[in-house]
Design a protein around this ligand. Structure first.
Ligand SMILES: Cc1cc2nc3c(=O)[nH]c(=O)nc-3n(C[C@H](O)[C@H](O)[C@H](O)COP(=O)(O)OP(=O)(O)OC[C@H]3O[C@@H](n4cnc5c(N)ncnc54)[C@H](O)[C@@H]3O)c2cc1C
Length: 449
């Protein structure tokens, strides 16, 4: 076995492994420049990439560490650029039918007064097929998994309980070593080989760590994030709808209507807030929720007035790798870059990454582009993150946690822009549906383009 060509790879061996080793060159079919892609991680990036490739006949294997898709409370809304890729992947209709139909606005409110300081009227695009998508990430993952397993089972193999522990590459192939933990008796080590490996394994990415060890430039913020599913009649009673960004230096966040589920106590809402207190234990943060909800929620409720059905806690980071490609290994989504969730950029950036990478791999596979289109993916998507996603998500978070936006919104350029569009449905529609600077069409690099 040839040694990895890149010195930054972790050391390891495939000698003891079993599994899908195949003679690489003799497996090549026709004039195709590559045969198979290995995807690490069955999150939105990994499963969506597999679907986009399968739709053009490119086979992939998805290796997932857990025994199921992630059920934590994370993404719920995805901007217009992501909607367009969900449609390309053939999953938009399923998402829309699982989603709430009425999401009339996103607004910014003062926690101090509860009053609205600015907003966007989403009813201006209520019937537009490209409008923002609203659905809990675990439900989107369920839809993606179903498409992989039912519609594209000839092209996609999803293997749960396969935690990637090491990756390598040489001139002709790349391979990933996994621990198969499905059996209680023994942990098997299995090695999978492919032409390319795409690390879609999230913020704690093993693929990234194999490439760059702990080097992941950026910042981890001190504040702590609490996310909960909440039933509370007070939202309805006080006329709240849609998404409500809450501006406050102590407890700041997003309170948004999220699900079709309807309890006696009203529909399902998601309350996501940053707690500015630092260095507390998880239990201490949960104990402070009572104070946070009393301050933030309409009607200033006591715990007996609402019902919390699930809580998750997260740290907040904005970070990006120095390279999204090393030889035959690519990074996409959170494995490459993460941002705070305010503004709904993280998953959208992951979706745009894999939409772009799929176009590049398809172009190369179908002979419409040279191999260097894969470099374009890595360079352009990274730059898009740094120039737009990183900056905008930081601004979004700072707007709600440490600004005077609640008292003087006219001094915040973004809120001032929204105020200038107030009541003008045409202007609002154009603003919401325009091609975003975070999008990029890689097919312009195809030869026929
Ligand atoms: C509270 C919160 C709210 C958010 N809200 C939004 C929002 O509204 N809109 C938005 O766009 N974004 C939002 N995000 C961000 C969004 O959830 C992430 O950006 C998105 O999930 C990234 O997708 P991914 O596929 O890159 O990674 P992940 O979703 O993290 O998936 C990675 C997968 O890889 C698997 N894995 C990890 N290590 C290994 C390994 N060694 N071997 C095999 N498998 C492995 C994991 O188990 C997981 O299934 C939010 C995030 C948080 C925390």
């Amino acid at each position: 076995m040839a040694q990895p060509t890149d010195a930054s790879f972790a050391n390891g061996t495939v000698n003891a492994s079993i599994g899908l080793h195949r003679g690489h060159t003799e497996q090549r079919q026709g004039a195709r420049p590559f045969e198979k892609v290995l995807i690490v991680g069955a999150g939105p990036a990994g499963l969506l990439l597999a679907v986009l490739l399968a739709r053009r006949g490119i086979p992939s294997t998805v290796l997932e560490a857990w025994d199921r898709v992630d059920e934590r409370l994370r993404a719920t809304q995805y901007g217009v650029p992501a909607t367009r890729i969900f449609r390309r992947a053939g999953i938009l209709d399923d998402i829309r039918s699982a989603s709430i139909t009425h999401f009339p606005y996103i607004c910014w409110r003062s926690v101090r007064t509860g009053d609205r300081v600015a907003g966007i009227d989403l009813s201006a695009v209520a019937d537009d097929p490209d409008r923002m998508t609203v659905l809990s990430l675990n439900q989107i993952l369920g839809i993606l998994l179903r498409h992989c397993q039912e519609k594209y089972h000839n092209y996609i193999t999803v293997l749960f309980n396969h935690k990637v522990i090491d990756i390598h590459q040489d001139q002709g192939k790349a391979w990933a070593t996994t621990e198969d933990v499905s059996s209680k008796e023994e942990t098997k080590t299995v090695t999978f080989e492919a032409d390319y490996i795409v690390g879609c394994d999230g913020g704690k990415s093993t693929v990234r760590q194999c490439l760059f060890q702990r080097d992941w430039p950026g910042e981890t913020f001190e504040s702590h994030l609490l996310v909960q599913n909440v039933f509370y009649k007070g939202f309805e009673d006080h006329g709240w709808e849609g998404g409500n960004y809450m501006i406050d230096p102590e407890f700041w966040g997003l309170v948004a209507k999220r699900g079709k589920a309807q309890g006696d106590d009203g529909p399902l809402w998601r309350v996501t807030y940053g707690d500015s207190a630092t260095n507390l234990s998880k239990e201490e943060y949960v104990r402070r929720r009572e104070v946070a909800f009393k301050k933030m929620l309409p009607g200033h409720p006591d715990p007996s007035q609402y019902r919390v059905t699930q809580t998750d806690q997260f740290s907040i980071h904005n970070r990006c790798v120095t390279k999204m490609r090393v030889g035959r290994i690519f990074l996409a989504g959170d494995a490459a870059h993460v941002c705070n969730p305010f503004g709904g950029y993280g998953c959208m950036a992951a979706v745009l990454d894999v939409g772009g990478l799929a176009d590049c791999l398809i172009g190369y596979y179908e002979g419409k582009a040279d191999e260097d289109i894969l470099d374009a993916y890595a360079n352009i998507r990274r730059q898009k993150f740094l120039d737009f996603v990183d900056r905008r998500s930081r601004k979004n978070m700072n707007r709600i946690r440490k600004s005077d936006a609640e008292s003087t919104p006219e001094f915040d350029p973004f809120l001032a822009l929204l105020k200038s569009m107030d009541g003008d449905r045409e202007k609002t529609k154009t603003f919401l549906l325009k091609v975003s600077s975070i999008e990029y069409d890689f097919t312009q690099h195809y030869r026929e383009a």
